[in-house]
Design a binder for this molecule. Structure first.
Ligand SMILES: *[C@@H]1O[C@H](CO)[C@@H](O)[C@H](O)[C@H]1NC(C)=O
Ligand SMILES: *[C@@H]1O[C@H](CO)[C@@H](O)[C@H](O)[C@H]1NC(C)=O
Ligand SMILES: *[C@@H]1O[C@H](CO)[C@@H](O)[C@H](O)[C@H]1NC(C)=O
Length: 489
């Protein structure tokens, strides 16, 4: 190995030696070799460099003559130039044509209601004082000349912070054409305000403006014109919109009346809309799953109060947490957003699932108590109540009554625990709520005295059976309605 490397090194040295001796003879041979031998000797013995410079003297001389011409032109045009005065002052308004190039858009901060945009801003106008004759078609100049020329005092009306880039030199450029056309280019990063209407959050889309106008010249002094703008959308690398998607942009021109005069205000509008994935996994999926979890209670035995209560309370608390969590990183807007609405409905579902058990438990307990201790109630009062109920039922024969019937015969658990209950034909509830007699009456037999033909027969012990169908169906229809409304209208 090492001998071979040595031989190789020796060969390379000899080759270099040979080429230093006769560079002109062999310089054309080999692409990589030629570049090597061009730079190799130069670094090794710097005394060879002056001759190469010497060969280039005609080129440099030509450049110098061009340079003198350019500086002569510059000196001529800037000699009597007053950069304090706009071109065409007192004659006609200056027409400034604007063009944009967006380097990056975003991020959009919903909390501060602003967005960041990095642009290169092109302004073109004609300045007759800068006309020149000569071989130059265009003078390309950097930021050093900017202070010696008249530049439009354009400012961004909705900017909160503007940063000009000065590394390595101020990111500005001036081009003066032979006919006096001036192109001024500047790169800047702007944090611009954007009012966000979040009613449809997270299905929201926004129009973020970037408006600019002259600070001192009103419309009769200076007017702006749009030039065809081309926007390079390279979403993949440099646009930092994260959960937003760029939808398009438009432009508009307005006139703004101020005490200082009427100004021409030009506005770019960036349309962006929120991409759905992030919020879905953060909010919609957990809240839906929690709501569904609360229905598990309907499949648990009626007498396991601990299990059913804790399940209900846990789901209600989870929904509360999710609701609070969804408002984090969110501007404290006072209105209800689409997500808030969804979470509120999920909360109501969880709450109803808990309440269903409370109602069921209460009715069962209430019934049990009255049946277990009949002596507690005064017999005369009971008889009167019974008579009143019967009379009332007769009176309301035609009323649309929804009667809850406790059919103990169909419920094995109820019958086994209270064997004597079927003998009683007494309305049990309707004592705590006035008028509820019309709707809720728990009696043992459907064909009893207060039952009327055509009324809905609701078995109190079957509340769970009904809930097993009612809750999922209601949630399903709510979802269909919700997504139709918010995605398509
Ligand atoms: C340019 O040359 C034309 C004639 O060739 C002359 O009329 C004009 O005044 C010159 N302009 C300047 C700025 O020297
Ligand atoms: C928008 O810009 C185009 C040039 O790209 C221009 O023709 C049009 O008039 C502008 N629209 C408004 C409303 O200013
Ligand atoms: C941007 O949104 C506004 C209002 O939301 C709409 O009028 C305009 O047509 C949209 N422009 C584009 C390019 O999508």
């Amino acid at each position: 190995m090492s001998p071979r490397v040595l031989v190789l090194l020796l060969g390379v040295c000899m080759l270099l030696q040979y080429r230093v001796e006769g560079p002109q003879a062999k310089s054309e041979k080999g692409i990589s070799g030629s570049s090597d031998d061009f730079y190799g000797p130069k670094t090794r013995n710097k005394k060879i460099t002056p001759p190469t410079k010497g060969t280039k003297t005609p080129v440099t001389g030509h450049r110098v003559s061009k340079g003198t011409e350019a500086s002569q032109i510059l000196n001529t045009i800037l000699n009597n130039y007053d950069h304090k005065l706009r071109p065409g002052i007192g004659e006609k308004p200056t027409v400034v044509t604007v063009q944009f190039s967006v380097n990056s858009l975003g991020p959009l901060s919903t909390l501060d209601m602003e967005y960041t945009i990095d642009i290169i801003f092109y302004q073109t106008w004609y300045d007759e004082r800068l006309r020149y004759n000569g071989t130059f078609e265009t003078l390309v100049l950097n930021s050093k000349v900017v202070s010696q020329l008249w530049i439009p005092d354009t400012f961004f009306r909705n900017s909160k912070r503007t940063q000009e880039h000065t590394i390595t030199m101020p990111n500005q450029m001036v081009r003066i054409h032979r006919d006096g056309k001036v192109l001024y280019t500047i790169r800047m990063t702007i944090d611009a305000g954007c009012t966000l209407h979040m009613h449809r959050f997270p299905m929201d889309s926004h129009s973020c403006p970037l408006s600019f106008s002259s600070f001192s010249y009103p419309m009769n002094e200076m007017i702006y014109k749009w030039e065809d703008f081309k926007l390079e959308i390279n979403n993949d690398n440099s646009w930092k919109l994260f959960q937003f998607e760029f939808k398009g942009m438009s432009n508009k021109t307005e006139t703004l009346s101020t005490p200082a005069g009427d100004f021409m205000v030009m506005t770019f509008i960036f349309n962006i809309s929120r991409q759905f994935g992030y919020v879905t996994f953060q909010n919609y999926v957990p809240s839906s799953v929690t709501t569904m979890l609360s229905w598990v209670s309907f499949w648990i035995k009626k007498d396991s109060a601990a299990a059913r209560t804790s399940l209900g309370v846990t789901s209600v608390l989870t929904m509360t947490t999710l609701g609070t969590f969804s408002r984090k990183n969110f501007p404290p807007v006072s209105y209800v957003t689409a997500l808030d609405f969804y979470l509120a409905i999920c909360f109501v579902f969880c709450f109803c699932a808990l309440t269903e058990f409370a109602v069921l438990n209460f009715l069962m307990y209430n019934k049990m108590k009255t049946q277990a201790s009949p002596n507690l109630r005064h017999s005369r009062f009971r008889a009167r109540a019974q008579a009143r109920a019967r009379a009332h039922a007769r009176k309301l024969r035609k009323a649309p009554v929804c009667t809850i019937i406790n059919m103990e015969g169909n419920d094995g658990a109820g019958e086994s625990s209270h064997p004597g209950s079927s003998q009683r034909s007494k309305p049990i509830c309707c004592k705590w709520l006035k008028g509820c007699k019309n709707y809720f009456c728990v009696i043992p037999n459907c064909k009893g005295s207060t039952w009327q033909q055509g009324h809905v027969c609701i078995h109190i012990y079957r509340l769970d059976d009904y809930s097993r169908y009612f809750f999922p169906l209601a949630f399903f229809f709510f979802n269909v309605f919700y997504w139709l409304v918010f995605l398509y209208f």
